[in-house]
Design a protein around this ligand. Structure first.
Ligand code: FES
Length: 120
């Protein structure tokens, strides 16, 4: 599920071809020192920094299988069990109380793009 991001287009970065993240799937994108989890939920794309806001554990990049981490529109941190809403990044249960950092997404020329976090 890892890919290197490429194809900077203004403030938007190509993540991968749209067809590479099918509904119910996700991909971990590495942008230098930033890791972003990009999800396809029922055809809509969402991107969040792949860091649990409780104590900094990776989420999608933790090494467990996607099916063990994601249930519907929620992702769980395997370290202490916090869950986050994929669409908003909001924490759904302790021990996380802060939302994950979210990035805008869009489709462009058949690619999934996220807004360049370096230009925030
Ligand atoms: S680091 Fe994620 S719940 Fe503690």
């Amino acid at each position: 599920m890892r890919s290197e991001a490429s194809g900077v287009n203004g403030n938007w970065i190509d993540v991968c071809p749209q067809a590479d993240i099918k509904p119910g799937q996700a991909r971990l994108v590495e942008l230098e020192d930033l890791k972003v989890a990009v999800f396809n939920l029922e055809g809509e794309y969402y991107a969040m920094e792949d860091i649990c806001t409780h104590d900094g554990s990776p989420l999608l990049g933790c090494g467990l299988e996607f099916e063990d981490l994601v249930s519907g529109d929620e992702i769980m941190c395997p370290r202490h069990g916090a869950r986050f809403a994929i669409r908003t990044g909001q924490p759904l249960c302790p021990p996380a109380y802060e939302p994950t950092r979210q990035f805008p997404t869009r489709l462009h020329n058949g690619n999934v793009q996220i807004c360049n976090p370096r230009n925030d």
